[in-house]
Design a protein around this ligand. Structure first.
Ligand SMILES: Nc1nc2c(c(=O)[nH]1)N[C@H]1C(S)=C(S)[C@@H](COP(=O)(O)OP(=O)(O)OC[C@H]3O[C@@H](n4cnc5c(=O)[nH]c(N)nc54)[C@H](O)[C@@H]3O)O[C@H]1N2
Ligand SMILES: Nc1nc2c(c(=O)[nH]1)N[C@H]1C(S)=C(S)[C@@H](COP(=O)(O)OP(=O)(O)OC[C@H]3O[C@@H](n4cnc5c(=O)[nH]c(N)nc54)[C@H](O)[C@@H]3O)O[C@H]1N2
Ligand code: SF4
Ligand SMILES: [Mo]
Length: 887
């Protein structure tokens, strides 16, 4: 591809399930320029901070560019032969059930389709599961129980058209920022629109809510069962809809009778007036949309949570009409596509059922495959357990990093080390999972690959190539096809992704006639050129029938009797606070990082917001534990211990801590939170409960704390560190139990012994810096407690000419203001700058935007600006030490 010509290419963002359209152009310096695509219906030109910073993540630094076999660079032929040989041998000796694929919602649909075809139709086992098991499995199971198929009934426009939007276990402002902005724009236009947020924590999303219900963790089922009882009591059941289109209503409503407002209040820890207000709003608002995400799905009874929500929508007939319906937002860019191709171990392609013999026959016939798997394969958590039991001999991991993201991650590491043959396809040289691989295969990354993804509202968009394939990287589908051929299988000859898509679209239409929700027959027969031009398209799109936008307004469910099902949901009361492990460990995401940071962690802009893992804890808990703001704490479960920064805030409730799951052994030490998470799963969906493990918290007994800015990427030898990318190098937070020679450590980190220093040995304070021609090339600070320096200033000073005294003081000179922790990543505006403008009279988010620009580009930080402008929060933030993370 001719990079010189630099055409702008319309493609899709590779991060969250909003699925925003992006116009990308390769730049000669190896970056890319990125703008939002105004013609894409998901974002209409908007992008969040992660999407806007995509250009910073396409460099080839740290890219895996050629196959590696047993630690040595290898040719593609030998790598493919090794993989095919290892799988073939395991199958020949131990049967097809002895091999497994663990794949990802970040594969393109075409890749994902091939992975399933190979495993289920040729190898002949359903031992293929995906990280969507950790993400969407409870929603899938809940949809199937209620609707008979995994159908998302509504669209994004419904969120805008709703008069009441209920967000359950969703931090939409940080995790689906562009969709959140669409909602905020709708609310600005129609101020009567109300938003309720149901989340144990106060979040950037709840700041925008009219009502925030800070429920006790894991008590969503009684809240929604009580709501069902309430709508029944005040005559809001849609009897017509229930009679004609559903089953199970009587039983569900009867079972909900125990949940009086008083009972719900005591189960959830909410005040009865809060519960009553929420119930009255729902009862009185026809146009209600309930959005739910991981606070619902990632639970030991996530499927019941999903059905408790759907029950209310079925009972009130509020489904499938504009501004109404349950809406499960997907996390990954192709979580939906993965479900469509049957990525889960209990599904077949095109929403067909592994358990249904007619479906199996149809799929096998379409594939002309030698076999078809007929029993469900291993689900993610069980797959890794099966390795421990010696049942899996060869595993292929693609586009996911289980060593960081699966629960009980230490045991997952042991499994990865133990499995006789591990092949990993990734785009980066260094991930926690790759460390264990016998074979590492270099996959084409975003910008280099071509195919389709489906977003949360069932819209299929093209990801298009706009960069040349670097080194020897290849598309995931092409790698798999070569392995399949090398194993002796026919049926894997494709000229390009358009041929795979065509086969898949044809399968969706095969003998469908409206019997299955997923039908994209209208997209069959596309030539390569037509496929390339494919505009974002919502399914279903049958060849002859009428395309639909929404489902179920007039019934038409996919259950055997065609009726939607209300279910009796069960409340499993959370464990009591055990003396040994008194805290609930809640985990999740931060605004500017994506999962295990392999891509966002390389963008300086995205590392400026929150540069370190942390534990949000309530001030009363911190006081009782003797933890001061910004100190480090040890969090311990029966499985392990991690060290993270304490973020003391009353946004958190007593008895809970929240830790982001992004940091890992490639970016930090001692901070991988999934090592603590218990491998408890939902009995229906098999999805892990990633938000409610039991843990203990205590102060980390640090002998010293350190902070450094360095040009080279370094990992200090101590109990804790976290590293962030800067435009001119790296920032390091670190701490340990013993401090040897601070000067020697500083020399090692900066890479020179020509240091200037200020040392106060008695106080335990050591500060070192190095300059080349007046330019700061590194600085290292040690203290007995959290290092109090201006990180915002020092990280910007690296690589710049600046005075020795200021650097050693760790503060900007008197005449330069200290911006404080970064809030707006796009314009690099810090909290102090925003507060100063507020004092001068800019007291609204728009006024801050006018005078500082902050919040006017991607808008992802608007909720945080709002929070800074709230008096109570300003007081809270003023007492924060500079050392504290800017959450
Ligand atoms: N910035 C960013 N955005 C992302 C991602 C990312 O890594 N970074 N990942 C993407 C992916 S794959 C996903 S799946 C989505 C996830 O998107 P979200 O689900 O919105 O994100 P989380 O932070 O995992 O969890 C959401 C909220 O659930 C709350 N919660 C915890 N326990 C409970 C409970 O018992 N009940 C209720 N009601 N709430 C509870 C948590 O406090 C948290 O605020 O985000 C997507 N978008
Ligand atoms: N404690 C806790 N754990 C969680 C969660 C939580 O909320 N709390 N959330 C869960 C959820 S919802 C999710 S979705 C998972 C996500 O967890 P993971 O899927 O493990 O996280 P990623 O960092 O997205 O991993 C993607 C990997 O694929 C690589 N990659 C990127 N593009 C490509 C490509 O085109 N081809 C190939 N072959 N590789 C590529 C990346 O470099 C990276 O190593 O984490 C889950 N784990
Ligand atoms: S909201 Fe942000 S991360 Fe999600 S698709 Fe859009 S630009 Fe990408
Ligand atoms: Mo996810």
């Amino acid at each position: 591809m001719d990079v010189g010509a630099r055409p702008s290419v319309a493609t899709t963002c590779p991060y969250c399930g909003v699925g925003c359209g992006v116009l990308a152009r390769a730049e000669p310096d190896g970056t890319a320029s990125i703008v939002g695509d105004k013609s894409h219906p998901a974002n209409l030109g908007r992008l969040c901070s992660k999407g806007s910073s995509l250009g910073e993540t396409v460099s080839l630094d740290e890219r895996l560019l050629y196959p590696v076999v047993d630690g040595q660079r290898a040719s593609w032929d030998s790598a493919i032969e090794r993989v095919a040989g290892a799988f073939g041998e395991a199958i020949a000796t131990h049967g097809p059930g002895s091999v497994a694929f663990y794949v990802s919602g970040q594969l393109l649909t075409e890749d994902y389709y091939i992975a399933n075809k190979l495993m289920k139709g040729y190898i002949g086992t359903a031992n293929i599961d995906t990280n969507s098991r950790l993400c969407m499995a409870s929603s899938v199971a809940g949809h199937k129980r209620a609707f008979g198929a995994d159908t998302v009934p509504g669209t994004y426009e419904d969120l805008e058209a709703a008069d009441l939007l209920v967000l359950v276990g969703s931090n939409l402002a940080w995790c689906h920022p562009v969709l959140f902005q669409r909602v905020m724009a709708a609310k600005a236009e129609r101020p009567d629109m109300r938003i309720v947020v149901i989340d144990p924590r106060r979040t950037a999303t709840s700041v925008a809510a009219d009502l925030h219900l800070a429920i006790a963790p894991e008590t969503d089922v009684p809240l929604f069962a009580g709501l069902l009882r309430h709508v029944a009591q005040c005559g809001r059941l849609d009897e017509f809809y229930l009679d004609r289109y559903t089953s199970g209503a009587d039983e569900a409503v009867a079972a909900a009778q125990e949940w009086t407002i008083g009972g719900v209040a005591s189960a959830t820890g909410l005040a009865p007036v809060e519960v009553a207000a929420f119930y009255d709003w729902v009862a009185g608002t026809e146009r209600t949309v309930t959005v739910y995400s991981q606070g619902v799905n990632q639970s030991g009874h996530g499927t019941d949570k999903v059905n408790a929500i759907i029950n209310v929508h079925l009972a009130t007939g509020r489904i499938g009409r504009p501004g109404m319906g349950p809406f499960s937002v997907t996390g990954q860019p192709n979580a939906m596509g993965g479900r469509e191709v049957g990525g889960l171990a209990n599904m077949l392609a095109c929403h067909m059922e592994l358990a249904n013999p007619a479906h199996r026959e149809l799929v096998q016939r379409h594939w002309a495959s030698p076999v078809i798997a007929d029993t469900p394969g291993l689900k993610a958590v069980d797959m890794f357990e099966a390795i421990h039991e010696g049942r899996i001999k060869a595993l292929w991991v693609m586009a996911t990093n289980p060593s960081v993201s699966l629960p009980d991650a230490g045991r997952v590491d042991e499994a990865l080390a133990k499995v006789p043959f591990l092949v990993v396809s990734d785009v980066i040289t260094e991930t926690d999972t790759l460390r264990h691989a016998e074979v590492a295969l270099p996959a084409a990354a975003w910008g280099e690959k071509d195919g389709t993804v489906t977003n949360s509202e069932r819209r299929i968009s093209r990801q298009r190539q706009f960069l040349p394939l670097p080194g020897e990287v290849r598309a995931d589908w092409a790698i798999m096809c070569d392995v399949a051929k090398c194993m002796g299988f026919d049926g894997f000859d494709y000229d390009g992704p358009h041929e795979i898509f065509d086969e898949y679209a044809a399968l969706s239409a095969l003998e469908n006639d409206g019997s299955r929700d997923f039908d994209i027959g209208g997209l069959t027969g596309l030539s390569a050129a037509q496929y390339d031009m494919l505009r974002p398209t919502m399914w279903p799109l049958p060849r002859d029938g009428r395309p639909a936008t929404r489902f179920f307004a007039n019934g038409g469910f996919y259950t055997p009797d065609g009726r939607g099902r209300l279910l009796v949901t069960e409340f499993v009361a959370p464990e009591k606070r055990a003396a040994r492990y008194p805290f609930t460990l809640n985990t999740g995401r931060v605004r500017d990082q994506w999962h295990t940071m392999t891509r966002t962690g390389r963008a300086a802009t995205l590392s400026a917001h929150i540069a370190e893992p942390y534990a949000e804890m309530h001030p009363d808990d911190a006081a009782e534990l003797g933890v001061e703001a910004a100190e480090l704490v040890t969090i311990e479960s029966p499985r392990g211990a991690i060290i993270v920064r304490a973020l003391v805030t009353d946004r958190q409730q007593c008895g809970s801590v929240f830790v982001p799951f992004h940091w890992n052994d490639a970016t930090s030490r001692g901070a991988r939170v999934d090592t603590l998470v218990a491998p408890v799963t939902d009995p229906v969906s098999g999805q892990p409960a990633s938000k409610s493990s039991r843990v203990a918290v205590r102060p980390f007994d640090a002998a010293f704390y350190g902070f450094a800015v360095t040009r080279e990427k370094r990992a200090p030898d101590c109990e804790y560190f976290a590293r962030a990318t800067l435009s001119a190098g790296h920032a390091l937070e670190f701490a340990g139990r013993t401090l040897g020679d601070p000067r020697a450590l500083a020399e090692e980190l900066i890479g020179t012994d020509a240091l200037v220093s200020v040392v106060d040995e008695a106080a335990g304070s050591f500060r070192f810096a190095a300059f080349e021609d007046g330019v700061l090339v590194g600085a290292v600070f040690f203290a007995r407690g959290p290092v109090a320096v201006s990180r915002a200033w020092l990280t910007g000073a690296l690589g710049q000419a600046c005075g020795h005294a200021a650097v050693l003081a760790g503060r900007p000179p008197q005449d330069q203001p200290d911006p404080g922790p970064t809030v707006c990543a796009c314009f690099k505006v810090g909290a102090n700058t925003i507060r100063a403008a507020a004092v001068k009279g800019a007291v609204t988010v728009d006024a801050i935007g006018e005078c500082l620009g902050a919040g006017t580009n991607c808008g992802s930080c608007r909720a945080e600006i709002q929070r800074l402008l709230t008096v109570a929060e300003v007081t809270q933030d003023r007492v924060r030490d500079d050392a504290e993370v800017g959450a």
